[in-house]
Design a protein around this ligand. Structure first.
Ligand SMILES: NC(=O)c1ccc[n+]([C@@H]2O[C@H](COP(=O)([O-])OP(=O)(O)OC[C@H]3O[C@@H](n4cnc5c(N)ncnc54)[C@H](OP(=O)(O)O)[C@@H]3O)[C@@H](O)[C@H]2O)c1
Length: 353
Protein backbone atom coordinates (compact mmCIF):
# COMPACT_ATOMS: atom_id res chain seq x y z
CA UNK A 1 0.00 0.00 0.00
CA UNK A 2 1.12 3.57 -0.71
CA UNK A 3 -0.27 6.63 1.09
CA UNK A 4 -0.81 9.49 -1.33
CA UNK A 5 -3.02 12.53 -1.97
CA UNK A 6 -5.59 13.07 -4.69
CA UNK A 7 -7.95 15.81 -5.86
CA UNK A 8 -11.42 14.32 -6.10
CA UNK A 9 -14.89 14.97 -7.46
CA UNK A 10 -17.22 14.03 -4.61
CA UNK A 11 -20.17 16.04 -5.87
CA UNK A 12 -20.93 17.94 -9.07
CA UNK A 13 -20.86 21.72 -9.38
CA UNK A 14 -18.59 24.75 -9.78
CA UNK A 15 -14.77 24.37 -9.56
CA UNK A 16 -14.90 24.91 -5.76
CA UNK A 17 -16.53 21.48 -5.27
CA UNK A 18 -13.14 19.82 -5.90
CA UNK A 19 -11.67 18.38 -2.68
CA UNK A 20 -8.24 17.05 -1.73
CA UNK A 21 -7.99 13.85 0.32
CA UNK A 22 -5.41 11.35 1.57
CA UNK A 23 -5.95 8.06 -0.23
CA UNK A 24 -4.27 4.67 -0.21
CA UNK A 25 -3.12 2.93 -3.38
CA UNK A 26 -3.12 -0.86 -3.40
CA UNK A 27 0.02 -2.66 -4.55
CA UNK A 28 0.50 -2.77 -8.36
CA UNK A 29 -1.19 -5.74 -10.11
CA UNK A 30 1.22 -7.98 -12.10
CA UNK A 31 0.85 -5.88 -15.30
CA UNK A 32 0.82 -2.47 -13.57
CA UNK A 33 3.36 0.11 -12.43
CA UNK A 34 3.09 2.76 -9.75
CA UNK A 35 3.98 6.20 -11.06
CA UNK A 36 4.93 9.27 -9.01
CA UNK A 37 3.06 12.06 -10.81
CA UNK A 38 5.03 15.21 -11.63
CA UNK A 39 2.50 16.80 -14.00
CA UNK A 40 -1.11 16.28 -15.13
CA UNK A 41 -2.67 17.65 -18.31
CA UNK A 42 -6.01 19.38 -17.67
CA UNK A 43 -8.63 18.78 -20.34
CA UNK A 44 -12.01 20.34 -21.07
CA UNK A 45 -13.51 16.92 -20.32
CA UNK A 46 -12.28 17.22 -16.70
CA UNK A 47 -14.51 20.28 -16.39
CA UNK A 48 -17.44 18.38 -17.88
CA UNK A 49 -16.83 15.56 -15.38
CA UNK A 50 -16.80 17.98 -12.47
CA UNK A 51 -20.02 19.58 -13.70
CA UNK A 52 -21.70 16.18 -14.18
CA UNK A 53 -21.92 16.38 -17.98
CA UNK A 54 -19.46 13.65 -19.02
CA UNK A 55 -20.59 10.25 -20.24
CA UNK A 56 -17.85 7.81 -19.21
CA UNK A 57 -17.07 8.13 -15.50
CA UNK A 58 -16.65 5.79 -12.51
CA UNK A 59 -18.81 6.11 -9.37
CA UNK A 60 -17.96 9.15 -7.20
CA UNK A 61 -15.72 9.98 -5.48
CA UNK A 62 -13.11 9.81 -8.20
CA UNK A 63 -10.27 11.90 -9.50
CA UNK A 64 -10.28 13.31 -13.07
CA UNK A 65 -7.11 13.42 -15.19
CA UNK A 66 -6.46 11.49 -18.41
CA UNK A 67 -2.74 12.12 -18.83
CA UNK A 68 0.20 12.31 -16.46
CA UNK A 69 3.98 12.50 -16.68
CA UNK A 70 6.17 11.22 -13.88
CA UNK A 71 8.60 8.64 -12.63
CA UNK A 72 8.06 4.93 -12.07
CA UNK A 73 8.36 3.98 -8.41
CA UNK A 74 7.16 0.35 -8.27
CA UNK A 75 6.65 -2.49 -10.75
CA UNK A 76 4.11 -5.31 -10.94
CA UNK A 77 5.65 -8.80 -11.06
CA UNK A 78 5.19 -9.23 -14.84
CA UNK A 79 6.47 -5.83 -15.97
CA UNK A 80 9.87 -6.27 -17.61
CA UNK A 81 10.19 -3.37 -20.05
CA UNK A 82 10.26 -0.57 -17.43
CA UNK A 83 12.48 0.07 -14.40
CA UNK A 84 11.98 2.10 -11.21
CA UNK A 85 13.28 5.62 -11.92
CA UNK A 86 12.20 5.60 -15.60
CA UNK A 87 10.40 8.72 -16.77
CA UNK A 88 7.10 7.99 -18.46
CA UNK A 89 3.85 9.45 -19.67
CA UNK A 90 0.64 7.56 -18.99
CA UNK A 91 -2.80 7.70 -20.56
CA UNK A 92 -5.54 7.01 -18.03
CA UNK A 93 -9.33 6.70 -18.08
CA UNK A 94 -9.42 9.00 -15.01
CA UNK A 95 -7.49 9.40 -11.74
CA UNK A 96 -4.57 11.61 -12.81
CA UNK A 97 -5.13 14.46 -10.32
CA UNK A 98 -3.05 12.62 -7.71
CA UNK A 99 0.54 12.41 -6.50
CA UNK A 100 0.79 8.67 -7.26
CA UNK A 101 -1.22 6.49 -9.67
CA UNK A 102 -1.37 2.85 -10.75
CA UNK A 103 -1.20 2.31 -14.51
CA UNK A 104 -1.28 -0.83 -16.71
CA UNK A 105 2.14 -0.87 -18.40
CA UNK A 106 0.50 -0.98 -21.86
CA UNK A 107 -0.68 2.61 -21.22
CA UNK A 108 2.86 3.94 -20.61
CA UNK A 109 4.95 5.85 -23.14
CA UNK A 110 8.50 7.17 -23.27
CA UNK A 111 8.83 10.93 -23.74
CA UNK A 112 11.74 13.01 -25.02
CA UNK A 113 14.51 14.02 -22.59
CA UNK A 114 14.19 17.59 -23.81
CA UNK A 115 10.68 17.97 -22.37
CA UNK A 116 9.81 18.87 -18.81
CA UNK A 117 7.06 16.73 -17.21
CA UNK A 118 4.60 19.61 -17.72
CA UNK A 119 5.41 19.82 -21.43
CA UNK A 120 5.24 16.02 -21.77
CA UNK A 121 1.88 15.74 -19.98
CA UNK A 122 0.41 18.39 -22.27
CA UNK A 123 0.90 16.26 -25.40
CA UNK A 124 -1.03 12.95 -25.40
CA UNK A 125 -4.75 13.79 -25.35
CA UNK A 126 -4.71 16.86 -27.57
CA UNK A 127 -2.29 15.54 -30.19
CA UNK A 128 -3.87 12.07 -30.34
CA UNK A 129 -7.35 13.58 -30.67
CA UNK A 130 -6.20 15.99 -33.37
CA UNK A 131 -4.34 13.22 -35.22
CA UNK A 132 -7.29 10.79 -35.17
CA UNK A 133 -9.70 13.54 -36.28
CA UNK A 134 -7.48 14.77 -39.11
CA UNK A 135 -5.87 11.63 -40.47
CA UNK A 136 -7.74 8.52 -39.29
CA UNK A 137 -11.31 9.84 -39.57
CA UNK A 138 -10.84 12.94 -41.72
CA UNK A 139 -8.33 11.38 -44.18
CA UNK A 140 -6.67 14.80 -44.51
CA UNK A 141 -4.42 15.20 -47.54
CA UNK A 142 -1.79 17.71 -48.59
CA UNK A 143 -3.31 20.73 -50.34
CA UNK A 144 -6.74 20.36 -48.74
CA UNK A 145 -8.36 23.09 -46.64
CA UNK A 146 -9.12 22.45 -42.97
CA UNK A 147 -11.29 24.56 -40.67
CA UNK A 148 -10.35 24.15 -36.99
CA UNK A 149 -12.82 25.53 -34.43
CA UNK A 150 -11.34 26.52 -31.06
CA UNK A 151 -7.96 26.75 -32.79
CA UNK A 152 -6.34 28.45 -29.78
CA UNK A 153 -7.30 25.69 -27.32
CA UNK A 154 -5.50 22.46 -26.46
CA UNK A 155 -6.75 20.23 -29.28
CA UNK A 156 -6.99 23.27 -31.56
CA UNK A 157 -3.31 24.27 -31.30
CA UNK A 158 -2.34 20.62 -31.86
CA UNK A 159 -4.65 20.28 -34.88
CA UNK A 160 -3.38 23.48 -36.51
CA UNK A 161 0.25 22.33 -36.07
CA UNK A 162 -0.44 18.86 -37.49
CA UNK A 163 -2.45 20.18 -40.43
CA UNK A 164 0.19 22.78 -41.34
CA UNK A 165 2.95 20.16 -40.95
CA UNK A 166 1.09 17.89 -43.41
CA UNK A 167 0.67 20.62 -46.03
CA UNK A 168 -2.95 21.61 -45.49
CA UNK A 169 -4.29 25.12 -45.79
CA UNK A 170 -5.63 25.92 -42.31
CA UNK A 171 -8.31 28.34 -41.16
CA UNK A 172 -9.12 28.66 -37.47
CA UNK A 173 -11.60 30.31 -35.15
CA UNK A 174 -10.68 31.66 -31.70
CA UNK A 175 -12.17 33.99 -29.12
CA UNK A 176 -9.39 36.51 -28.45
CA UNK A 177 -6.85 38.54 -30.39
CA UNK A 178 -4.04 36.87 -28.40
CA UNK A 179 -5.16 33.44 -29.59
CA UNK A 180 -5.89 34.52 -33.17
CA UNK A 181 -2.49 36.11 -33.71
CA UNK A 182 -0.74 33.07 -32.17
CA UNK A 183 -2.65 30.68 -34.45
CA UNK A 184 -1.65 32.65 -37.55
CA UNK A 185 1.80 34.06 -36.69
CA UNK A 186 3.22 31.21 -34.60
CA UNK A 187 1.35 28.12 -35.79
CA UNK A 188 1.08 28.99 -39.48
CA UNK A 189 -2.67 29.09 -40.14
CA UNK A 190 -3.71 31.23 -43.09
CA UNK A 191 -6.42 33.04 -41.13
CA UNK A 192 -8.19 32.87 -37.78
CA UNK A 193 -11.64 34.39 -37.31
CA UNK A 194 -13.43 35.54 -34.17
CA UNK A 195 -15.35 32.60 -32.70
CA UNK A 196 -17.69 34.98 -30.82
CA UNK A 197 -19.04 36.37 -34.12
CA UNK A 198 -20.60 34.81 -37.19
CA UNK A 199 -17.45 33.48 -38.88
CA UNK A 200 -19.24 31.50 -41.61
CA UNK A 201 -19.39 34.36 -44.20
CA UNK A 202 -15.75 35.23 -43.51
CA UNK A 203 -14.63 31.65 -44.12
CA UNK A 204 -16.72 31.52 -47.29
CA UNK A 205 -15.25 34.80 -48.53
CA UNK A 206 -11.74 33.44 -48.00
CA UNK A 207 -12.15 29.97 -49.54
CA UNK A 208 -14.76 30.74 -52.19
CA UNK A 209 -17.97 28.93 -53.03
CA UNK A 210 -16.38 25.48 -53.25
CA UNK A 211 -15.92 25.46 -49.47
CA UNK A 212 -13.64 23.49 -47.15
CA UNK A 213 -12.50 19.88 -47.24
CA UNK A 214 -12.37 19.14 -43.51
CA UNK A 215 -14.02 20.75 -40.50
CA UNK A 216 -12.90 19.85 -36.97
CA UNK A 217 -15.85 20.73 -34.76
CA UNK A 218 -15.54 20.70 -30.97
CA UNK A 219 -18.26 23.25 -30.34
CA UNK A 220 -21.57 21.78 -31.51
CA UNK A 221 -24.91 23.54 -31.88
CA UNK A 222 -25.03 26.24 -34.55
CA UNK A 223 -21.30 25.82 -35.28
CA UNK A 224 -21.93 22.26 -36.46
CA UNK A 225 -24.62 23.48 -38.85
CA UNK A 226 -22.22 26.14 -40.20
CA UNK A 227 -19.41 23.60 -40.67
CA UNK A 228 -21.73 21.34 -42.60
CA UNK A 229 -22.88 24.15 -44.89
CA UNK A 230 -19.25 25.05 -45.61
CA UNK A 231 -18.21 21.55 -46.74
CA UNK A 232 -17.01 21.12 -50.32
CA UNK A 233 -18.07 18.05 -52.30
CA UNK A 234 -16.38 15.00 -50.67
CA UNK A 235 -15.82 17.14 -47.56
CA UNK A 236 -15.64 15.62 -44.07
CA UNK A 237 -17.05 17.00 -40.83
CA UNK A 238 -15.38 15.50 -37.76
CA UNK A 239 -17.40 16.12 -34.61
CA UNK A 240 -15.49 15.48 -31.39
CA UNK A 241 -16.69 17.91 -28.71
CA UNK A 242 -19.74 19.77 -27.50
CA UNK A 243 -18.30 22.80 -25.68
CA UNK A 244 -21.42 24.84 -26.27
CA UNK A 245 -23.32 22.52 -23.92
CA UNK A 246 -21.43 24.10 -20.99
CA UNK A 247 -21.09 27.85 -21.57
CA UNK A 248 -20.67 28.50 -17.83
CA UNK A 249 -18.81 26.81 -14.99
CA UNK A 250 -22.00 25.21 -13.63
CA UNK A 251 -24.15 22.65 -15.38
CA UNK A 252 -27.42 23.99 -16.78
CA UNK A 253 -29.72 21.42 -18.36
CA UNK A 254 -31.62 24.26 -20.03
CA UNK A 255 -28.50 25.62 -21.77
CA UNK A 256 -27.35 22.12 -22.67
CA UNK A 257 -30.78 21.36 -24.14
CA UNK A 258 -30.73 24.59 -26.15
CA UNK A 259 -27.31 23.73 -27.61
CA UNK A 260 -28.59 20.23 -28.33
CA UNK A 261 -31.64 21.55 -30.20
CA UNK A 262 -29.42 23.79 -32.35
CA UNK A 263 -27.50 20.74 -33.62
CA UNK A 264 -28.48 19.75 -37.15
CA UNK A 265 -30.12 16.33 -37.44
CA UNK A 266 -28.24 14.61 -40.22
CA UNK A 267 -30.05 12.02 -42.31
CA UNK A 268 -27.78 9.62 -44.29
CA UNK A 269 -29.63 10.49 -47.51
CA UNK A 270 -28.73 14.15 -47.12
CA UNK A 271 -25.06 13.10 -46.96
CA UNK A 272 -25.51 11.28 -50.26
CA UNK A 273 -27.06 14.32 -51.91
CA UNK A 274 -24.26 16.62 -50.75
CA UNK A 275 -21.43 14.06 -51.17
CA UNK A 276 -20.15 14.63 -47.66
CA UNK A 277 -19.20 12.53 -44.66
CA UNK A 278 -19.73 13.06 -40.93
CA UNK A 279 -17.47 11.36 -38.38
CA UNK A 280 -17.46 11.15 -34.61
CA UNK A 281 -14.32 10.73 -32.49
CA UNK A 282 -14.11 9.79 -28.80
CA UNK A 283 -10.50 9.14 -27.79
CA UNK A 284 -11.36 7.47 -24.48
CA UNK A 285 -13.55 4.87 -26.18
CA UNK A 286 -10.89 4.35 -28.84
CA UNK A 287 -8.22 3.94 -26.18
CA UNK A 288 -10.17 1.01 -24.73
CA UNK A 289 -10.09 -0.83 -28.08
CA UNK A 290 -7.14 0.48 -30.06
CA UNK A 291 -4.39 1.25 -27.58
CA UNK A 292 -1.73 -0.26 -29.89
CA UNK A 293 -2.70 2.13 -32.72
CA UNK A 294 -2.63 5.08 -30.36
CA UNK A 295 0.77 3.96 -29.05
CA UNK A 296 2.41 4.06 -32.47
CA UNK A 297 0.79 7.44 -33.21
CA UNK A 298 1.94 8.93 -29.91
CA UNK A 299 5.47 7.63 -30.43
CA UNK A 300 5.49 9.39 -33.82
CA UNK A 301 4.15 12.60 -32.26
CA UNK A 302 6.89 12.63 -29.59
CA UNK A 303 9.48 12.00 -32.35
CA UNK A 304 8.18 15.11 -34.16
CA UNK A 305 8.35 17.06 -30.87
CA UNK A 306 11.97 15.93 -30.41
CA UNK A 307 12.82 17.12 -33.94
CA UNK A 308 11.15 20.48 -33.24
CA UNK A 309 8.46 19.91 -35.90
CA UNK A 310 5.64 19.99 -33.33
CA UNK A 311 5.50 21.91 -30.04
CA UNK A 312 3.90 21.26 -26.71
CA UNK A 313 1.98 24.50 -26.18
CA UNK A 314 1.73 24.98 -22.41
CA UNK A 315 0.03 28.22 -21.42
CA UNK A 316 -0.20 28.00 -17.63
CA UNK A 317 1.07 25.59 -14.97
CA UNK A 318 -0.85 25.53 -11.68
CA UNK A 319 0.24 23.65 -8.54
CA UNK A 320 -0.86 20.04 -8.21
CA UNK A 321 -3.18 20.67 -5.26
CA UNK A 322 -6.83 21.57 -4.66
CA UNK A 323 -6.38 25.32 -5.11
CA UNK A 324 -4.30 24.82 -8.24
CA UNK A 325 -6.96 22.55 -9.75
CA UNK A 326 -9.73 25.04 -8.93
CA UNK A 327 -7.76 27.90 -10.52
CA UNK A 328 -6.96 25.78 -13.56
CA UNK A 329 -10.63 24.90 -14.10
CA UNK A 330 -11.66 28.56 -13.68
CA UNK A 331 -9.03 29.66 -16.18
CA UNK A 332 -10.33 27.23 -18.81
CA UNK A 333 -13.98 28.11 -18.12
CA UNK A 334 -13.04 31.75 -18.77
CA UNK A 335 -11.71 30.57 -22.19
CA UNK A 336 -8.38 32.26 -21.44
CA UNK A 337 -6.07 29.33 -22.17
CA UNK A 338 -3.89 29.46 -25.25
CA UNK A 339 -3.01 25.78 -25.63
CA UNK A 340 -2.78 23.60 -22.55
CA UNK A 341 -3.18 24.06 -18.83
CA UNK A 342 -1.21 21.70 -16.61
CA UNK A 343 -1.06 20.90 -12.88
CA UNK A 344 2.46 20.15 -11.68
CA UNK A 345 4.60 19.66 -8.61
CA UNK A 346 7.73 21.82 -8.68
CA UNK A 347 9.68 19.31 -10.80
CA UNK A 348 7.04 19.63 -13.56
CA UNK A 349 7.53 23.32 -14.16
CA UNK A 350 8.64 24.15 -17.70
CA UNK A 351 12.10 25.50 -18.38
CA UNK A 352 12.30 29.19 -19.21
CA UNK A 353 12.05 29.66 -22.98
N1 LIG B 1 -13.73 13.43 -28.48
C1 LIG B 1 -12.55 13.40 -27.90
O1 LIG B 1 -11.91 12.38 -27.84
C2 LIG B 1 -12.02 14.66 -27.31
C3 LIG B 1 -10.71 14.71 -26.81
C4 LIG B 1 -10.23 15.93 -26.31
C5 LIG B 1 -11.06 17.04 -26.29
N2 LIG B 1 -12.34 16.92 -26.76
C6 LIG B 1 -13.23 18.08 -26.79
O2 LIG B 1 -12.61 19.06 -27.57
C7 LIG B 1 -12.92 20.34 -27.09
C8 LIG B 1 -11.62 21.06 -26.81
O3 LIG B 1 -10.95 20.43 -25.74
P1 LIG B 1 -9.64 21.09 -25.13
O4 LIG B 1 -9.23 20.26 -23.98
O5 LIG B 1 -8.71 21.40 -26.22
O6 LIG B 1 -10.26 22.43 -24.54
P2 LIG B 1 -9.74 23.93 -24.52
O7 LIG B 1 -8.27 23.96 -24.51
O8 LIG B 1 -10.49 24.57 -23.43
O9 LIG B 1 -10.20 24.49 -25.92
C9 LIG B 1 -11.52 24.56 -26.23
C10 LIG B 1 -11.81 25.81 -27.03
O10 LIG B 1 -13.23 25.80 -27.26
C11 LIG B 1 -13.73 27.07 -27.10
N3 LIG B 1 -14.80 27.04 -26.09
C12 LIG B 1 -14.69 26.88 -24.77
N4 LIG B 1 -15.89 26.91 -24.17
C13 LIG B 1 -16.76 27.10 -25.17
C14 LIG B 1 -18.15 27.23 -25.20
N5 LIG B 1 -18.87 27.18 -24.08
N6 LIG B 1 -18.76 27.39 -26.38
C15 LIG B 1 -18.02 27.46 -27.51
N7 LIG B 1 -16.67 27.34 -27.53
C16 LIG B 1 -16.06 27.17 -26.37
C17 LIG B 1 -12.63 27.98 -26.64
O11 LIG B 1 -12.21 28.69 -27.77
P3 LIG B 1 -12.50 30.24 -28.01
O12 LIG B 1 -13.04 30.87 -26.78
O13 LIG B 1 -11.15 30.73 -28.38
O14 LIG B 1 -13.46 30.20 -29.14
C18 LIG B 1 -11.51 27.06 -26.26
O15 LIG B 1 -10.24 27.55 -26.64
C19 LIG B 1 -13.83 20.14 -25.89
O16 LIG B 1 -15.16 20.19 -26.33
C20 LIG B 1 -13.48 18.74 -25.45
O17 LIG B 1 -14.51 18.13 -24.73
C21 LIG B 1 -12.82 15.77 -27.26
Amino acid sequence: MTDTRAILIERHGEPGVLVERDIQLRDPAPDEVELRVHAVGVNFADLLMRAGLYDTVPPRPYSPGFEVAGEITRLGSQVTEWQPGDRAVALLRHGGYAHDVLVPSIQLFHYPETLTPAEAAAVPVVFLTAWVCLFDSGNARRGETALVLGAGGGVGTAAVQLAVQHGLRVIGTAGSERKRSYVVDDLGAEACFDSRHNWEPEVLRLVGARGIDIALDSVGGRATAACRRLLAPLGRLVFYGFSEAMPRSKRSWLRAARAWLRMPLIHPLSLVQQNIGVFGVHLLHLQAKEVAVLKSTLDEIYRCVTRGELHSVVDRVFPLDRQGAIEAHRYIHARKNLGKVVLADTSGLPKAR
